[in-house]
Ligand binder design. Structure first.
Ligand code: SAM
Length: 243
């Protein structure tokens, strides 16, 4: 059995096709580390009309996804170790910390909303956690579900070849990552910083850490802990200029 099983409930299963087959996730599934199953919610729609959405009680401009098909689908696909997540802009914003916790689970069920959202009784009756991918609204839960699957999958042991690749990434240690360069050495007159060519690993590490601090101060000062902020203040006065 795969280390992580994910079941996705959606009315647009076709959106996941390329995503599931490509790159890390495609390989993780081939190697049996992760198993993602996409379910068409229409399969659980009720006769006589097999509707998955209906008008909002109380009025309003758009349709609302019906509770029964979603609840029945969750009841069918959820295993005893299942954790049910509703993708919603009203959820707790996702962070690397939340992703790390989700990656310890063995079975995740993701519910993708559409239109004005999902009948609230779904949240009340079967949802364990509501996740938002950010303080903005997209048209459906499918892209947010892909973000969750991608972020969680890369933390499953064995999916990313070298564990240090994920350990040193932005947000993993509370700082943004340092800048990266590849060949050639000069691009339109811009040279790779000399320190990266010198082969002195201690110097390189020091430079990278300083650049991480600079980048975090510049783009995300809210991420800095008190110790990191004072380290960053000292670093700003040191000889390591931001690139
Ligand atoms: C157009 S949105 C509905 C927004 C809803 N009327 C509201 O104001 O909260 C349709 C669906 O897209 C998904 N969605 C939109 N923005 C999202 C976000 N930031 N995070 C997670 N899911 C989101 C949810 O599944 C939602 O049910």
């Amino acid at each position: 059995m795969a280390d992580l099983r994910v079941d996705v409930l959606t009315i647009f299963p076709e959106l996941f096709r390329g995503f599931l087959e490509t790159s890390l996730l495609g390989k993780a599934q081939e190697r049996g580390l992760v198993a993602v199953t996409i379910h068409d919610l229409r399969k659980w729609a009720l006769p006589p009309h097999f509707q998955t959405d209906d008008y909002a009680y109380g009025g309003g401009p758009g349709m609302v996804m019906c509770a029964e098909p979603v609840i029945s689908a969750v009841e069918d696909v959820r295993e005893s170790d299942g954790w049910v997540v509703l993708l919603t802009p009203q959820g707790i914003p996702m962070t690397q910390g939340r992703v790390t916790e989700l990656a310890t689970r063995s079975h995740i069920v993701l519910i993708c909303g559409r239109y004005e959202g999902v009948d609230d009784r779904v949240r009340q009756l079967v949802v364990d956690e509501e996740i938002s991918v950010g303080d903005y609204v997209v048209s459906g839960g499918e892209v947010p579900a892909m973000i969750v699957i991608d972020a969680v999958t890369r933390l499953v042991p064995g999916v990313v070849g070298k564990p240090e690749s994920v350990e040193g990434e932005s947000h993993a240690a509370g700082l943004l990552s340092h800048p990266q360069y590849t060949r050639p050495e000069v691009v339109r007159g811009e040279r790779v910083p000399a320190v990266l060519l010198g082969g002195n690993h201690a110097e390189i590490e020091r430079w990278r850490h300083a650049q991480s601090l600079h980048r975090t101060i510049q783009n995300r000062p809210d991420l800095l802990s008190i110790e990191q902020a004072s380290e960053a203040e000292k670093d700003q006065m040191s000889d390591t200029a931001p690139v």
